[in-house]
Design a protein around this ligand. Structure first.
Ligand code: 8X3
Length: 247
């Protein structure tokens, strides 16, 4: 039986991945900040699920995840899913705390956990799947800090592959576009109407779509490594550059 550790298992892609891997016969360690959500998931998934309340901004607690007892500590796959976005307001007027939370969660916590788990993952010839975003590659207004953190996640994944050369450990950066999860509600500070409008009439991806992609990547034969994978809903694509002209 294999074991996956999923950060941010309380909602969206993390929650869907916990369900997908549990139904595929894996043992799932799920972390998150909201204990009630984790407990509800534990009730549904039963013995296959270990809920652990951990805030990714707490580096000591994150490092403690590398010292789990028994089979729960035999982690074969680290899914670095926890992440959030600040508002798309102009940078000078965005609250510093919101920006710092994003950087600490998306970057610092992810690096701390990956670093702490590398000895186990190397010993078990395991894998790391990091949730980046299309925002890593395609800039948009108001996305500087979010896109910056996700570009970090993408490049961190690729560079880590070099470090792990010859170990058999696989590393993948998954880069989704618009998926209807709590992402936009969190980004806008709880504005459900803004979230509804953003996804209205455009068939966004679902958390389950991404969870299925993660499952596919994780269950490929061990001689195959997906380096990076961009995925968007068909109804999302790219717009051009903007040009400022003097009147
Ligand atoms: C978020 C992707 O396209 O909603 O990671 O900005 S998008």
């Amino acid at each position: 039986m294999k074991t996956i550790l999923i950060t941010g298992a309380t909602a969206g892609i993390g929650d869907a991945a916990a369900r997908r891997f549990a139904s595929g016969g894996w043992r799932v360690v799920g972390t998150g900040r909201r204990g009630d959500r984790l407990r509800a998931l534990a009730e549904e998934l039963g013995e296959a699920f270990l809920p652990l309340v951990v805030d990714m901004r707490d580096v000591a607690a994150v490092e403690g995840l590398a010292r789990l007892n028994g089979p729960w500590g035999d982690i074969d796959l680290l899914l670095n899913n926890a992440g959030l976005a600040p508002p798309t307001d102009p940078l000078p007027t965005t609250d510093w705390q919101r920006l710092e939370d994003v950087i600490e969660t998306n970057v610092t916590g992810l690096v701390a956990l990956t670093r702490a788990l590398l000895p186990t993952l190397t010993e078990r010839r395991g894998a790391i799947i990091n949730l980046s975003s299309v925002a890593a590659t395609y800039p948009y207004k108001g996305g500087a800090v979010y896109g910056g953190t996700k570009a970090f996640v993408r490049q961190f994944s690729l560079d880590l592959r070099s470090d792990l050369h010859g170990t058999g450990v696989r590393v993948t950066s998954i880069e989704p576009g618009m998926a209807e999860t709590e992402f936009t509600i969190v980004r806008t500070g709880g504005d459900e109407e803004a979230s509804r409008k953003l996804y209205a009439g455009m068939a966004p991806m679902t958390a389950e779509d991404i969870a299925e992609t993660i499952w596919w990547v994780a269950t490929l034969p061990p001689h195959l490594n997906i380096n990076a994978l961009e995925i968007m809903p068909t109804s999302q694509s790219f717009a051009g550059f903007q040009v400022h002209r003097e009147a």
